[in-house]
Design a protein around this ligand. Structure first.
Ligand code: A2P
Length: 316
């Protein structure tokens, strides 16, 4: 399995996504994934399933299927725990749920701050603006987590180039990675180029289009990525599934990819995509499919009289 370098640490390029994996399903999925050979698992406090992920990891380690050092575990700081002094307690809770002593990577989940009391936020009074709760302060807490040995690397998620640039000015530890929505319909060329030329790795979430998102997070006219005719044609040509073709396309771009599945057959299929070779012509075919189409557009952070807008969220 190809690896990516994050500040001298090797991260397997392909991992298992756990967003939308129900607590009852994720335990079996993680155990199965580790058995298949996955060594990288992407988690987050807000997914509400870290205890089950942790139970599966612990059992795999106890059974001798894998060692802690062979695994790469990522988690993410939720919006209501921004602020210098909140980061370490939030990370300690995640570590306790995951039954781990340290993470490999901890990310600021969104450049969006909520008041501590509100895990969910749907009105202006639940939010804090980034002037009230600056990312630079939250980042100081992230740096402290590294100094305390609670995580090897730190990074961000859903950050624009502008927000990364601002953060770089105010940081002593640079972000090692930016996790963003990225798939053939939303290829993110400029962001990837900026990150790669600044030693920041990129990780693709919703790589398969996340068609299992709740209906409230879906647009009515949404194109279904896994039904794309051009990708189906290419997949037939390279003798792979559509999902495998997309995963291989990410890996050929040097982008980490974390397809979510709770199905043993699809977990295996996705893992095997790491070995699929695509030609330059195949990559060129995929490049033409970009529609600049976000599936996770951040509209849920935009409330009447609230501090966040689509424009200031994505800086577009
Ligand atoms: P399932 O968990 O039942 O396998 P994303 O990674 O973009 O969030 O997409 C996850 C969605 O894609 C889930 O609905 C998942 O279903 C489905 N999925 C995962 N792997 C495959 C695959 N190889 N072929 C088709 N659908 C897949």
């Amino acid at each position: 399995m190809q690896t990516l370098n994050l500040n001298g640490h090797s991260m397997p390029i392909l991992g298992l996504g756990t967003w939308k994996s129900a607590p009852g399903e994720v335990y079996t999925a993680v155990k199965e994934a580790i058995k298949i050979g996955y060594r990288h698992i992407d988690c987050a406090a807000i997914y509400g399933n870290e205890k089950e992920v942790g139970k599966a990891i612990k059992e795999c380690i106890d059974e001798g299927a894998v060692t802690r050092d062979e695994l790469w575990i990522t988690s993410k700081l939720w919006n209501n725990m921004h602020g210098e002094n909140n980061v370490v307690p939030a990370l300690e809770k995640t570590l306790s749920d995951l039954q781990l002593d340290f993470l490999d990577l901890y990310l600021i989940h969104w450049p969006v701050a909520q008041k501590k009391l509100f895990v969910g936020a749907n009105k202006a009074a639940h939010f804090l603006s980034l002037e009230e709760q600056p990312i630079a302060n939250t980042w100081k807490g992230m740096e402290k987590a590294v100094e305390l040995g609670l995580t090897k690397c730190i990074g961000v998620s859903n950050f624009s180039v502008k927000k990364i640039k601002d953060l770089m000015i105010n940081s002593s530890i640079k972000p090692a990675l930016n996790q963003v929505e990225l798939h053939p319909y939303f290829q993110q060329d400029q962001l990837v180029e900026y990150c790669h030329s600044n030693n920041i790795q990129v990780m693709a979430y919703s790589p398969l289009g996340s068609s299992d998102r709740p209906d409230g997070l879906k647009a009515k006219d949404e194109p279904v990525l896994l039904e794309d005719k051009s990708i189906i044609e290419l997949a037939n040509k390279v003798n792979a599934s559509v999902a495998q073709t997309i995963i291989a396309w990410d890996i050929h771009r040097g982008i980490s990819v974390i397809p979510k599945s709770v199905n043993p057959g699809r977990l295996k299929q996705n893992f095997e995509a790491a070995e699929l070779k695509l030609s330059e012509a195949d990559m060129a075919t995929m490049k033409q499919l970009n529609k600049n189409r976000r599936y996770v557009d951040g509209q849920f952070w935009v409330v009447p009289d609230g501090p966040y807008t689509i424009e200031n969220l994505w800086d577009e």
